[in-house]
Design a protein around this ligand. Structure first.
Ligand code: ADP
Length: 169
């Protein structure tokens, strides 16, 4: 059985992440979206809020077979403990490459070759998307409906103290 993990901050989940999740879940027998708890990184949403938003989104899209978990520590340690051999990362532009290559090589060395990194290129529609950009737009009450699901848009507006439009998820 081929098990994979998709680690990240997901602060919050975007359609770019969701695209990677869908595609990775078609390739691997078991996929875990791993929300990394990083106390050094300032986040907008708590880990619990992020997990709730991801689970709700996955359920809504028939992806409830994808697991969601949290971890404070190195992805490679989580993978060793759960017998997972592949870490999925999304590549948007060349600017992602250097950082991602460094993480992939670190994982290879420190897992003694047990953890492989598989890169999925971003869906073209979502190449520009990042959680940071979404937060920037939402903080000025911009329309982020093309970037994140409705329920997450609602949470963003709440965080920034804006009234939300009444609409369905
Ligand atoms: P991190 O803080 O670990 O970079 P992110 O939540 O920002 O966590 O991203 C998790 C993974 O998803 C990374 O591999 C990142 O490159 C990828 N990713 C982020 N946005 C997109 C997108 N729009 N399309 C494809 N992959 C993406």
């Amino acid at each position: 059985m081929h098990k994979a993990v998709y680690p990240g901050s997901f602060d919050p989940l975007t359609y770019g992440h969701l695209d990677i999740i869908k595609r990775a879940s078609d390739i691997f027998d078991e996929l875990t979206v791993l929300v990394i708890r990083n106390s050094a990184k300032k986040s907008l949403f708590t880990v619990e809020e992020r997990v709730e938003m991801i689970e709700k989104t996955l359920k809504k899209r028939g992806l409830e077979h994808v697991k969601v978990d949290t971890y404070e520590g190195l992805t490679l340690d989580y993978c060793a403990a759960h017998d997972i051999g592949v870490s999925i990362r999304g590549l948007r532009a060349i600017t992602d490459f250097e950082y991602e290559l460094q993480i992939a090589q670190t994982n290879t060395v420190f897992s003694k070759g047990k953890l492989e990194t598989v890169f999925l290129t971003t869906g073209l529609k979502y190449a520009y998307l990042s959680s940071t950009i979404v937060k920037e737009i939402a903080s000025y009450h911009g329309d982020v409906s093309v970037c994140v699901p409705r329920s997450i848009e609602k949470k963003l507006m709440e965080k920034y103290g804006y009234e939300t439009k009444q609409h369905e998820e």
